[in-house]
Ligand binder design. Structure first.
Ligand code: SF4
Length: 366
């Protein structure tokens, strides 16, 4: 069982982070924030995938003003990502952002930090102190050297120095991230940070890569940390549609039995026993499963000899035979159909079960 490290709790809009709050899944838009229609459309897709907090880049005043219009059309908390310009941080808060991500040390001095903190207090907005390996202060690099897996001092000290800049103004609505593109540096850095502070931690591997490399790097780093009870919220960074980040995020939580959302797809890798086009069937099922909300376990297996047994825990599954396929439920054969009808019959039954699941969920909410 995973024992979570005790952290303080903060609120980003309606979502709490830290303490006994569920570990939340975040993402970031890759649209031009000034383009309200495009940004809102992408956030709606992220919401549908289960994203719980979304971040947008605030590069200029027009982007800060767009936040108000974006907020009116979305339901999940919105975080403004700001670098260097304290006026943009203040403008984002005035326009209704639920949280900001800044690096206090690069805002240009004590007076500007004081103004940002005053605005954060006024608007009740928490601040994520986000430190990256590439943006560490020169004096810390000189003292401790560039962060590596063996030496994460510069990274953790930079984070805590930035935290102190906020604490000096009596501000404690803080979460912290220390990003590196290196998996081991990420793991060791967050472990160290969790030993020296009880602020909630936002996990992530930065510039992780495309779907495969990014998923592997993020899952290894975040999987190890979350498995040790470290981390209160996270973003999987992928050079892809951000919706994929959310899907990977929930699969990661599911694999550690931390949280479950929506259905689970089980599919076998196929082997010499497979006699049907399983990849085509699996792709079709996967596409549909991504739109499902009820927590069904769905299996797509290559053969009737081992498939139903190997996927005994599935609520519904399909297994290919020679010219025929079987549809099974909880390991028992439900129907045997010709191969050319298999997809249609299986998808119809799956959709029916999803509709029933949705009805059950809706009546449970009432
Ligand atoms: S379910 Fe059948 S086809 Fe798939 S890997 Fe197992 S034995 Fe092979």
């Amino acid at each position: 069982m995973i024992v979570r490290r005790a952290t303080r709790q903060i609120a980003v809009g309606k979502v709490t982070i830290g303490g006994d709050s569920p570990i939340s899944v975040q993402s970031m838009t890759n649209t031009d924030t000034r383009d309200v229609a495009q940004t809102v459309a992408q956030i709606h897709r992220l919401e549908a995938a289960g994203c719980e907090i979304v971040r947008v880049a605030v590069l200029d005043n027009e982007a800060a003003e767009a936040i108000r219009k974006i907020q009116e059309q979305i339901t999940i908390p919105l975080i403004g990502d700001i670098h260097f310009d304290h006026r943009l941080a203040i403008a984002a808060m005035e326009n209704g952002v639920d949280g900001i991500r800044i690096n206090p040390g690069n805002l240009g001095g004590k007076e500007k930090i004081a103004q940002v903190v005053a605005a954060a207090k006024l608007h009740r907005v928490p601040i994520r102190v986000g430190v990256n390996s590439g943006s560490i202060e020169k004096d810390l690099l000189k003292t401790y050297g560039y962060p590596t897996a063996e030496n994460t001092e510069a990274l953790t000290e930079s984070a805590m120095r930035n935290v102190r800049l906020l604490e000096n103004h009596g501000f404690h609505e803080i979460k912290i991230s220390i990003k590196s593109s290196d998996v081991l540096t990420t793991i060791h850095g967050y472990r160290k940070l969790s030993a020296i502070t009880d602020y909630p931690l936002h996990l992530g591997v930065t510039e992780a890569g495309g779907l495969i490399a990014g998923t592997v790097k993020s899952s290894v780093a975040l999987g190890i940390l979350l498995g040790q009870g470290i981390g209160d919220t996270f973003r999987i960074s992928l050079t892809r549609d951000p919706v994929e980040e959310v899907r990977v995020g929930f699969e990661l939580l599911r694999s550690l039995k931390i949280r479950e959302r929506g259905p689970e797809l089980i599919s076998c890798p196929t082997c010499g026993r497979t006699r049907i086009d399983l990849f085509g069937l699996a792709e079709e099922v996967e596409r549909y499963v991504q739109t499902m909300v009820s927590p069904l376990k769905v299996a797509v297996m290559g053969c009737v000899v081992n498939g139903p047994g190997e996927a005994r825990q599935a609520d519904i599954g399909v297994a290919g035979g020679n010219g025929v396929g079987i549809i099974f439920k909880k390991g028992e054969i439900w129907k045997k159909v010709k191969e050319e009808e298999l997809m249609e019959v299986f998808m119809a039954e799956l959709k029916k079960m999803e509709e029933e699941g949705q009805k059950r969920q809706n009546s449970a909410k009432k």
